[in-house]
Design a protein around this ligand. Sequence first.
Ligand code: GLA
Length: 716
Amino acid sequence: MFKHLLNLLLLTTICTFTAAAAPKQTIKIETNKTSLILKVADNGRLYQSYLGKRLTFDSDINHLPDGIEAYLTHGMEDYFEPALHIQHPDNNHSTELIYKDHKVTTNADGAKVTTITLYDPQYPVTVVMNYVAYAQNDVIVANTEIINNHKKPVVLHKYASSLLSFNRSRYFLTEYSGDWANEANMSQTELNFGKKVLDTKLGSRANMFLSEFFQVSFDTPATETHGEVLVGTLAWTGNFRYTFEVDQNKKLRVISGINPYFSQYTLQSGKSFVTPDFIFTLSNNGLGDASRNLHSWARDYRLNNGKGDRMTLLNNWEATYFDFDEQKLPQLMDDAVKLGVDLFLLDDGWFGNKYPRNGDTQGLGDWQETESKLPNKVSYLCDQAAKKGIKFGIWIEPEMVNPKSELYEKHKDWVITLPNRKEYYFRNQLVLDLSNPKVQDFVFGVVDHLLTEYPQIAFFKWDCNSPITNIYSNYLNDKQSHLYVDYVRGLYNVLNRIKAKYPNVPMMLCSGGGGRGDYEALKYFTEFWPSDNTDPLERIYIQYGMSMVFPSKTHCAHVTTWNRNASIKFKVDVASMGKLGFDIKLTDMSQSDLTFCQQAVKNYNRLKTVILDGDMYRLVSPYSGNHASTMFVSPDKQKAVLFAFDMNPRYNEHLLPVVMQGLDENKQYTVKEINRYNQDDHTVGTFSGQYLMTVGINAFSHNHLSSRVYEINIAK
Ligand code: GLA
């Protein structure tokens, strides 16, 4: 009882420190392995004194230099990129930030929240910097709030979420870029004097060319198991910008936030602007450790239903495209039943009557079932699925409109489109103006009507195929530069309403493949579609890239007909590293392929808690040669699953064993090969964890596009 009271007291205690009480403040933000130390200097301003491996002796902290200002402002002495630029009502564009106080509280997740308040001595603006430290996961979440206490509006020209600085010998930046069907290609560059900017101006389909995360390794390029590395990601489903600037002293500054491009934001008197979260982890043990930090943090605290189960599914998109009706779909449901998956997902093409959605040129926005295809509506499909013992899910793209639609004809004022100019289209469509509350109601209504009419709907695939084009809002009038920001805020309003009313409906985030994927969207979505490219060879690279920041639980991975040279086994094995699904007709498969898939789905169901909730180890990178291998280990180290792929081996090349990670050195493990193409499982042997992590097993072969899966269990 006493202990309980004490805990309660600790949890609710708010410690407040003020400049008056202790003029030279030191603020420690700590996780189990990292310290971020901020200091108030004699001039009253806040500096980032240290960010690195955790310092355990408080006495050392006094020796640290002040460092670079923690939230650099425009107009003051520092000559480099500012994090904040405010235009005050008298047109003074400078801001000076002086430390006022800080407090430390504990949030509902049990994480320590440090809130630091800064003020300008000449102008009534307040800046509040928040740092939430997840000690166990070694993850820090930072954001900033800017408050306008002027009697008049101010204009925010720059308003970063965070500025971090480092003093190391060399900096190596890794980015993940690409295009549609070619997402998340890894490339690395050394940072030297000057700036490197990673940003997007695409608005809605923000990540089409660039994933929303980066890695910076210090002194030397980090490997999976060695080196100091910062991994960061912004939680914002819109335009973002990371600026990496090396100054004249070889110090690196990393500024992360909303892209200020065409986003000057007028902040009314008394109002505040809260920036998105910048989430980062710092590891001294390489990229693998950093990824596992973010994966476990996401599952524990961030992802919608992060700890819950995920459903396997059959999607009809690649099986039928737009060509289906009420007869065909139940046949595909039968395929789903035969495969043994949990859910049938109906994709694009089920709606529109004046302009039936028989292709991607029309109908988007008219969310009523096409009578000629579905005379008995979605309810018939729900009933069919229920009869067959599977769940039913449905595709929507509610933020978008085809100009050839009734919605466009009735509500052109709801569409983002430029007056006095010819419209130009991306995939024949335009984006609805989510800054407008009426449009938010409409978009919410798409989901709400479907779930009200058909409460059996158990899953949504939410697509977003166009970037924001023709940028102009009818609603915003003279505040056009608010559109990129208010669009995203409008989207969050809608998603919040959906989550509040339907908290248990899982949703897949899709954006013409991997055009969206960030940790704010993933508060609402249970998973995302990393790419329309489902060629398993390509997927090895794409899923590898996404795994740097997002856990396998979020990667929807489907078996399709892409890459006819790859066997069904290779396809299923690749897809089994994520959230397994199928997008294929059984008529495209032989009987023995089907038999294999049925067994593989059973294996997946047995092992999915390890794959989706275990610790991921990228053992062999596809970028390093002709093979790739990834392993998942249950947190208690009792069970593991290892995937090994031969992509393009050379003739008679020297094959190395796959050396495992994450097991208990002192325990014995039985290694069994499963998912063998219509052959019985094969027990490889029993080995100590030490052997498996030192010598490894021969999991690679000389055969092109071949693969092996091993189930590893602690020996009884
Ligand atoms: C996007 C998605 C696909 C599919 C189509 C439907 O391209 O990425 O998976 O849903 O739209 O039009």
